[in-house]
Design a binder for this molecule. Structure first.
Ligand code: G4P
Length: 528
């Protein structure tokens, strides 16, 4: 394949995630993207898929009971000749490490905000991850059909809470709850909001030029124009450089449930959303897009389909062209790895993939030895940076309830650890009988407990610990901490030594008494 052909494939790819606080409208917006892309025929399908999926997957029964999405999948769809890889981040109230890892594969994120609430706590935490990874953020202010904050209050909220300069690309006419439409600041066109349209199917849009709208628009239209003039006067027009540098966020207003603003947002993702760029390897050297095939694994999930009990590793292509049946090198082991069973996923459905390009997300079935963070390559070796494990904030002791099923317990714990469902901490003086499970969000424990019982037939008992805070230490730290009875040092499966403390107070007191002891925050930028 020529370099020009590869470049044009790369140029037409957008790989992004949607982040939001639960209920802001992420599922609805995802669904509307799929509707506009023709990937589903009518809205409602994503939720319907959720139930269909629960019917074929028993551990996801929990997902259905709670009406939330615990696992995330990559959805691939095409719109106006552009291939979108939408990374679905779980939408539950808890933070989960899965969400963070998924963001490692994204080039950009859409932040959905509820017009009545502005920036909410979970958005803030996810935003920190985006910032730590340098992921540019597009903001979609949703639910403008309902009463809420004024546009200026919302912009101020983005500015003050997350520290990004908001740059409105569209500007609302009317206030939340009495929404008349938006003006596209780039063209001056007015898109009229029609509240009779409910949005199960694509509705025709009423677009007017400035001249037409000025005749019909009324007072709200005149006010909005004046506001735009003020914005223009302070020079806050969209510029891609500060956006890609993570300094500004383009802002769109709309109402996902009524489809309003969805097309404009998708088109903007084509126009301003970044295509894949060379990924840097662990030494900081970029792997050019036209280098031979390379990819890294960002997610591993076992037992998605209980009829098959298989294990799928999802990887993101970073360079070159992927062809089904190709054999790559598995960076961690140095062994050849056949990619015969590569699929692209649409929710729970699998479709064989014959070729893929940088930015694409692929799932390999029966990937028994691929782990999170592993690199794959052809010809020219590369190792992409490890995906960091996050600072756990919740710690529970796990005990195998049925001593006759110890083997199953060990196997299950190992599997969940490898998938990153929970982190497993061991104390050198105690065996696997008495493990500590560590998580970023407490729901990870429920998932682990459920899966151990359902998939491995190994029920466990979880009991709370006194620990609330973890710091990375070293052997010298382990020795120094022996004298402190409230704190203990455990070994995580990745080999890191984690010192656990009951509270920040105890941590700080220990640090004051032992200034020479290494106690590092676990991940810069996302640690408490
Ligand atoms: P999430 O994935 O971010 O958690 O949010 P989701 O899309 O499930 O939306 C949460 C609720 O907000 C849903 O209502 C949804 O219909 C509603 N919603 C989404 N976008 C808009 C919007 O633009 N305007 C208004 N007014 N509502 C919106 P629900 O009652 O929880 O569910 P449903 O019965 O409507 O499915």
């Amino acid at each position: 394949m020529s370099n020009a052909a590869l470049s044009s494939e790369v140029a037409r790819r957008r790989t992004f995630a949607i982040i939001s606080h639960p209920d802001a409208g992420k599922t609805t917006l995802t669904e509307k993207f799929l509707l506009y892309a023709g990937a589903i025929e009518a809205a409602g399908a994503v939720k319907a898929r959720r139930s269909a999926r629960a019917a074929t997957s028993d551990w996801m029964g929990m997902e259905q009971q709670r009406g939330i999405s615990i696992t995330s999948a990559a959805l691939r769809f095409e719109f106006q000749d552009v291939i979108f890889n939408l990374l679905d981040t779980p939408g539950h109230r808890d933070f989960s490490e899965d969400t963070y890892r998924v963001l490692a594969a994204a080039d950009c994120a859409v932040m959905v905000l509820d017009a009545a609430k502005g920036v909410e706590p979970q958005t803030l935490k996810l935003f920190d991850v985006c910032r730590a990874r340098g992921i540019p953020l597009v903001s979609f202010i949703n639910k403008f059909d309902r009463p809420g904050l004024s546009p200026l209050e919302l912009l101020d909220n983005i500015d003050s809470k997350i520290g990004l300069t908001p740059v409105p690309v569209t500007w609302p006419v009317g206030i939340p709850g009495d929404f008349k439409g938006v003006i596209d600041r780039r063209t001056g066109d007015f898109y009229r909001y029609d509240k009779t349209v409910h949005g199960a199917t694509i509705a025709p849009e009423m677009v007017m030029t400035h001249e037409q709208a000025a005749l019909k628009g009324g007072d709200d239209y005149i006010t909005a124009r004046e506001e735009i003039e003020l914005l223009d006067a302070v020079g806050s027009g969209f510029d891609s450089k500060p956006f890609l540098a993570g300094e500004t966020t383009p802002v769109f207003f709309g109402s996902a449930v009524s489809n309003f603003g969805v097309r404009l947002l998708l088109e903007a993702m084509i126009e301003i959303g970044p295509p894949p760029v060379p990924r840097v390897d662990q030494d900081g050297v970029p792997r050019s897009l036209d280098s031979p095939f390379s990819a890294f694994v960002f997610k591993v999930q076992a037992n998605m389909d209980p009829n098959h009990r298989d294990r799928i590793a999802f990887f993101r292509v970073c360079s070159g062209r992927f062809d089904r049946g190709m054999t790559a090198v598995h960076g961690r082991t140095g062994r050849p790895y056949s990619l015969k069973y590569a699929h692209q996923m649409f929710g729970q459905e699998r479709e064989t993939v014959d070729e893929a390009y940088p930015g694409d997300i692929i799932g390999v079935v029966n990937a028994t030895d691929l782990g999170i963070g592993d690199s794959l390559y052809v010809e020219v070796p590369v190792a992409f940076p490890a995906i960091p494990s996050f600072a756990p904030e919740h710690f529970m002791v796990a005990r195998n309830k049925d001593s006759g099923r110890y083997k199953q317990f060990r196997r299950g714990i190992q599997q969940l650890d490898e998938e990153g469902v929970i982190q497993v901490l061991r104390h050198p003086d105690r065996g696997d009988q008495d493990l500590i499970l560590a998580a970023v969000g407490p729901m990870q424990f429920e998932v682990a407990q459920y899966r151990l019982a359902e998939e491995f037939g190994s029920p466990i008992e979880l009991s709370p610990t006194n620990y609330n805070i973890a710091r990375r230490t070293d052997e010298a730290g382990r020795d120094a901490l022996r004298s402190m009875w409230q704190a203990e040092v455990f070994t995580r499966s990745d080999g890191d030594l984690l010192a656990l403390f009951p509270s920040r107070f105890q941590l700080e007191r220990f640090q004051a008494d032992h200034p020479g002891v290494t106690l590092e925050r676990i991940v810069a930028g996302v640690d408490e």
